[in-house]
Design a protein around this ligand. Structure first.
Ligand SMILES: O=C(O)c1cc(=O)[nH]c(=O)n1[C@@H]1O[C@H](COP(=O)(O)O)[C@@H](O)[C@H]1O
Length: 259
Protein backbone atom coordinates (compact mmCIF):
# COMPACT_ATOMS: atom_id res chain seq x y z
CA UNK A 1 0.00 0.00 0.00
CA UNK A 2 1.20 3.45 -0.88
CA UNK A 3 1.36 5.71 2.14
CA UNK A 4 0.20 8.73 0.20
CA UNK A 5 -3.43 9.76 0.53
CA UNK A 6 -3.62 11.31 -2.95
CA UNK A 7 -2.11 8.32 -4.74
CA UNK A 8 -4.22 5.85 -2.79
CA UNK A 9 -7.53 7.63 -3.26
CA UNK A 10 -7.17 8.02 -7.04
CA UNK A 11 -8.07 4.42 -7.87
CA UNK A 12 -10.69 3.78 -5.20
CA UNK A 13 -14.53 3.81 -5.30
CA UNK A 14 -16.18 7.25 -4.84
CA UNK A 15 -17.82 6.49 -1.47
CA UNK A 16 -16.69 7.44 2.05
CA UNK A 17 -17.89 5.70 5.21
CA UNK A 18 -18.53 8.22 7.97
CA UNK A 19 -18.09 6.85 11.48
CA UNK A 20 -20.19 8.91 13.92
CA UNK A 21 -20.97 6.43 16.72
CA UNK A 22 -24.01 6.84 18.98
CA UNK A 23 -23.42 5.00 22.29
CA UNK A 24 -27.14 4.41 22.92
CA UNK A 25 -27.17 2.06 19.91
CA UNK A 26 -24.36 -0.06 21.40
CA UNK A 27 -25.50 -1.05 24.87
CA UNK A 28 -24.58 -2.33 27.41
CA UNK A 29 -20.84 -1.71 26.76
CA UNK A 30 -20.63 1.00 24.12
CA UNK A 31 -16.85 1.33 23.83
CA UNK A 32 -16.24 -2.38 23.27
CA UNK A 33 -19.25 -2.71 20.96
CA UNK A 34 -18.33 0.37 18.86
CA UNK A 35 -14.77 -0.98 18.53
CA UNK A 36 -15.82 -4.40 17.25
CA UNK A 37 -18.66 -3.13 15.02
CA UNK A 38 -16.52 -0.45 13.40
CA UNK A 39 -13.60 -2.78 12.71
CA UNK A 40 -15.94 -5.41 11.26
CA UNK A 41 -17.67 -2.80 9.12
CA UNK A 42 -14.46 -1.29 7.76
CA UNK A 43 -13.22 -4.76 6.86
CA UNK A 44 -16.53 -5.61 5.13
CA UNK A 45 -16.61 -2.31 3.19
CA UNK A 46 -12.88 -2.03 2.47
CA UNK A 47 -13.22 -2.71 -1.27
CA UNK A 48 -16.30 -0.50 -1.64
CA UNK A 49 -15.00 2.75 -0.11
CA UNK A 50 -12.41 5.38 -0.87
CA UNK A 51 -11.83 6.14 2.80
CA UNK A 52 -13.26 6.03 6.29
CA UNK A 53 -14.01 9.37 7.93
CA UNK A 54 -13.98 9.53 11.72
CA UNK A 55 -15.98 12.40 13.23
CA UNK A 56 -13.93 13.44 16.27
CA UNK A 57 -16.89 14.99 18.15
CA UNK A 58 -18.67 11.66 18.61
CA UNK A 59 -15.52 10.11 20.07
CA UNK A 60 -14.75 13.13 22.26
CA UNK A 61 -18.30 12.88 23.62
CA UNK A 62 -17.48 9.37 24.83
CA UNK A 63 -14.80 10.74 27.16
CA UNK A 64 -11.11 9.83 27.35
CA UNK A 65 -11.77 6.19 26.49
CA UNK A 66 -13.74 7.29 23.46
CA UNK A 67 -10.97 9.56 22.26
CA UNK A 68 -8.46 6.72 22.68
CA UNK A 69 -10.84 4.48 20.73
CA UNK A 70 -10.83 6.87 17.77
CA UNK A 71 -7.04 6.70 17.62
CA UNK A 72 -7.18 2.91 17.87
CA UNK A 73 -9.71 2.75 15.01
CA UNK A 74 -7.66 5.10 12.84
CA UNK A 75 -4.69 2.76 13.28
CA UNK A 76 -6.97 -0.23 12.59
CA UNK A 77 -8.20 1.24 9.31
CA UNK A 78 -4.63 1.96 8.23
CA UNK A 79 -3.66 -1.65 8.98
CA UNK A 80 -6.55 -2.72 6.70
CA UNK A 81 -5.10 -0.41 4.01
CA UNK A 82 -8.18 1.84 4.06
CA UNK A 83 -7.35 5.56 3.80
CA UNK A 84 -8.47 7.71 6.74
CA UNK A 85 -10.01 11.17 6.95
CA UNK A 86 -10.21 12.68 10.43
CA UNK A 87 -13.17 15.02 10.51
CA UNK A 88 -12.16 17.42 13.25
CA UNK A 89 -12.64 20.71 11.35
CA UNK A 90 -9.59 22.27 12.96
CA UNK A 91 -8.63 25.91 12.50
CA UNK A 92 -6.60 28.18 14.81
CA UNK A 93 -3.68 30.59 14.83
CA UNK A 94 -0.58 29.25 13.07
CA UNK A 95 1.33 27.98 16.13
CA UNK A 96 -1.72 26.06 17.36
CA UNK A 97 -2.49 24.83 13.85
CA UNK A 98 1.01 23.29 13.85
CA UNK A 99 0.03 21.26 16.92
CA UNK A 100 -3.26 20.13 15.39
CA UNK A 101 -1.43 19.15 12.20
CA UNK A 102 1.05 17.16 14.25
CA UNK A 103 -1.75 15.42 16.17
CA UNK A 104 -3.55 14.20 13.06
CA UNK A 105 -1.61 14.57 9.81
CA UNK A 106 1.89 13.82 11.03
CA UNK A 107 0.74 11.19 13.54
CA UNK A 108 -0.94 9.23 10.74
CA UNK A 109 1.11 9.56 7.53
CA UNK A 110 -1.03 9.29 4.42
CA UNK A 111 -4.20 10.48 6.17
CA UNK A 112 -6.40 13.54 5.74
CA UNK A 113 -7.97 16.16 8.00
CA UNK A 114 -10.92 18.54 7.60
CA UNK A 115 -9.99 22.18 8.23
CA UNK A 116 -11.91 25.41 8.75
CA UNK A 117 -10.42 28.35 6.77
CA UNK A 118 -12.07 31.17 8.77
CA UNK A 119 -8.84 32.30 10.46
CA UNK A 120 -7.04 32.89 7.17
CA UNK A 121 -4.05 31.73 5.18
CA UNK A 122 -1.42 31.70 7.95
CA UNK A 123 -3.77 29.49 9.99
CA UNK A 124 -4.32 26.97 7.20
CA UNK A 125 -0.81 26.79 5.72
CA UNK A 126 0.61 24.68 8.59
CA UNK A 127 -1.91 21.98 7.63
CA UNK A 128 -0.91 22.11 3.96
CA UNK A 129 2.79 21.90 4.79
CA UNK A 130 2.23 19.03 7.23
CA UNK A 131 0.21 17.18 4.58
CA UNK A 132 3.10 17.63 2.15
CA UNK A 133 5.57 16.20 4.68
CA UNK A 134 3.34 13.29 5.70
CA UNK A 135 1.86 12.34 2.32
CA UNK A 136 -1.55 13.44 3.57
CA UNK A 137 -4.33 15.74 2.45
CA UNK A 138 -6.47 18.56 3.78
CA UNK A 139 -10.16 19.11 3.07
CA UNK A 140 -11.05 22.76 3.55
CA UNK A 141 -14.66 23.77 4.24
CA UNK A 142 -15.94 25.74 1.26
CA UNK A 143 -19.71 25.24 1.13
CA UNK A 144 -21.05 23.19 4.03
CA UNK A 145 -24.08 20.91 3.90
CA UNK A 146 -26.18 22.44 6.69
CA UNK A 147 -29.33 24.52 6.08
CA UNK A 148 -27.75 27.63 7.67
CA UNK A 149 -24.56 27.44 5.57
CA UNK A 150 -25.52 30.51 3.55
CA UNK A 151 -25.61 32.96 6.47
CA UNK A 152 -21.90 33.69 6.04
CA UNK A 153 -20.84 31.51 3.10
CA UNK A 154 -23.29 33.16 0.65
CA UNK A 155 -22.56 36.75 1.75
CA UNK A 156 -21.62 38.97 -1.15
CA UNK A 157 -18.03 40.19 -1.18
CA UNK A 158 -18.03 42.59 -4.12
CA UNK A 159 -19.77 40.58 -6.82
CA UNK A 160 -18.88 37.15 -5.45
CA UNK A 161 -20.21 35.05 -2.65
CA UNK A 162 -17.85 34.38 0.22
CA UNK A 163 -17.59 30.63 -0.56
CA UNK A 164 -16.57 31.57 -4.14
CA UNK A 165 -13.84 33.82 -2.79
CA UNK A 166 -12.67 30.96 -0.57
CA UNK A 167 -12.70 28.57 -3.54
CA UNK A 168 -10.62 30.96 -5.71
CA UNK A 169 -8.00 31.21 -3.00
CA UNK A 170 -8.15 27.46 -2.43
CA UNK A 171 -7.58 26.75 -6.12
CA UNK A 172 -4.28 28.64 -6.03
CA UNK A 173 -3.26 26.58 -3.00
CA UNK A 174 -4.37 23.39 -4.73
CA UNK A 175 -2.12 24.16 -7.72
CA UNK A 176 0.81 24.70 -5.37
CA UNK A 177 0.29 21.38 -3.54
CA UNK A 178 -0.32 19.21 -6.60
CA UNK A 179 0.79 15.60 -6.77
CA UNK A 180 0.39 14.82 -10.47
CA UNK A 181 -3.19 15.33 -11.59
CA UNK A 182 -4.62 15.85 -8.09
CA UNK A 183 -3.75 18.01 -5.12
CA UNK A 184 -3.23 17.52 -1.40
CA UNK A 185 -5.64 20.44 -0.99
CA UNK A 186 -9.25 19.31 -1.25
CA UNK A 187 -12.57 20.96 -0.48
CA UNK A 188 -15.69 20.10 1.51
CA UNK A 189 -18.91 20.80 -0.38
CA UNK A 190 -22.30 19.65 0.89
CA UNK A 191 -24.07 17.04 -1.24
CA UNK A 192 -27.20 18.97 -0.22
CA UNK A 193 -26.19 21.78 -2.63
CA UNK A 194 -25.86 20.01 -6.02
CA UNK A 195 -25.64 23.26 -8.01
CA UNK A 196 -22.68 24.41 -5.96
CA UNK A 197 -21.11 20.96 -6.28
CA UNK A 198 -21.18 21.39 -10.09
CA UNK A 199 -19.86 24.92 -9.85
CA UNK A 200 -17.05 23.99 -7.46
CA UNK A 201 -16.11 20.87 -9.47
CA UNK A 202 -15.21 23.28 -12.27
CA UNK A 203 -13.70 25.97 -10.05
CA UNK A 204 -11.38 23.52 -8.25
CA UNK A 205 -10.15 21.19 -11.00
CA UNK A 206 -7.21 19.80 -8.98
CA UNK A 207 -9.04 19.22 -5.70
CA UNK A 208 -10.80 16.15 -4.44
CA UNK A 209 -14.27 17.20 -3.31
CA UNK A 210 -15.54 15.63 -0.11
CA UNK A 211 -19.35 15.64 -0.23
CA UNK A 212 -21.00 14.99 3.13
CA UNK A 213 -24.76 15.13 3.50
CA UNK A 214 -25.64 11.97 1.63
CA UNK A 215 -28.72 10.15 2.99
CA UNK A 216 -29.67 11.50 6.42
CA UNK A 217 -29.38 15.16 5.34
CA UNK A 218 -31.22 14.57 2.07
CA UNK A 219 -28.27 14.64 -0.34
CA UNK A 220 -27.96 12.14 -3.18
CA UNK A 221 -24.78 10.69 -4.70
CA UNK A 222 -22.98 12.87 -7.22
CA UNK A 223 -20.91 11.45 -10.09
CA UNK A 224 -17.72 13.15 -11.15
CA UNK A 225 -13.97 12.96 -11.24
CA UNK A 226 -12.45 13.35 -7.79
CA UNK A 227 -15.84 13.42 -6.04
CA UNK A 228 -15.99 11.53 -2.72
CA UNK A 229 -19.57 10.98 -1.55
CA UNK A 230 -19.67 10.71 2.24
CA UNK A 231 -22.42 9.07 4.27
CA UNK A 232 -22.37 8.64 8.03
CA UNK A 233 -25.74 7.69 9.57
CA UNK A 234 -27.15 6.11 6.40
CA UNK A 235 -24.13 3.87 5.95
CA UNK A 236 -22.87 3.32 9.51
CA UNK A 237 -26.41 2.75 10.82
CA UNK A 238 -28.48 1.62 7.81
CA UNK A 239 -32.09 1.32 8.98
CA UNK A 240 -31.16 3.19 12.16
CA UNK A 241 -29.00 0.53 13.79
CA UNK A 242 -25.63 -1.22 13.51
CA UNK A 243 -25.92 -3.86 10.77
CA UNK A 244 -22.93 -4.95 8.68
CA UNK A 245 -24.95 -6.80 6.03
CA UNK A 246 -27.35 -3.89 5.53
CA UNK A 247 -24.39 -1.49 5.31
CA UNK A 248 -22.87 -3.60 2.52
CA UNK A 249 -26.19 -3.48 0.64
CA UNK A 250 -26.48 0.28 1.17
CA UNK A 251 -22.92 0.79 -0.09
CA UNK A 252 -23.71 -1.30 -3.18
CA UNK A 253 -26.87 0.75 -3.77
CA UNK A 254 -24.93 4.04 -3.52
CA UNK A 255 -22.19 2.72 -5.80
CA UNK A 256 -24.73 1.54 -8.38
CA UNK A 257 -26.08 5.08 -8.74
CA UNK A 258 -22.48 6.25 -9.28
CA UNK A 259 -21.63 3.79 -12.10
O1 LIG B 1 -16.67 17.88 7.11
C1 LIG B 1 -17.65 17.13 7.14
O2 LIG B 1 -17.52 15.92 7.03
C2 LIG B 1 -18.99 17.74 7.13
C3 LIG B 1 -19.11 18.94 6.48
C4 LIG B 1 -20.39 19.43 6.18
O3 LIG B 1 -20.55 20.43 5.50
N1 LIG B 1 -21.47 18.73 6.59
C5 LIG B 1 -21.37 17.56 7.31
O4 LIG B 1 -22.41 16.95 7.62
N2 LIG B 1 -20.12 17.10 7.64
C6 LIG B 1 -19.98 15.90 8.51
O5 LIG B 1 -20.46 14.77 7.79
C7 LIG B 1 -21.21 13.90 8.64
C8 LIG B 1 -22.62 13.81 8.10
O6 LIG B 1 -23.32 12.84 8.81
P1 LIG B 1 -24.67 12.19 8.25
O7 LIG B 1 -25.62 13.31 8.06
O8 LIG B 1 -25.06 11.25 9.35
O9 LIG B 1 -24.32 11.46 6.97
C9 LIG B 1 -21.12 14.49 10.04
O10 LIG B 1 -20.03 13.85 10.69
C10 LIG B 1 -20.79 15.94 9.81
O11 LIG B 1 -20.01 16.48 10.86
Amino acid sequence: MSCDFVLEIEGRPPLVLGVDPRPQLHTPEPIAAIRSYTLELIEALAERIAAVKFQAAFFEALGPEGFALMHELIAGARVMAVPVIVDAKRGDIGSTAEAYAQAYLEAYPGSALTVNPYLGEDAVEPFFRAAERSGGAVFVLVKTSNPGAGLFQDLLVGEKKLYQVVSEWLNQQAEHYRVGEWSRVGAVVGATYPEQVDELRSALPRSFLLLPGLGAQGGTPVKGAGVLNAASRSLYYPGGKPDVQAACSQADAYLKTLE
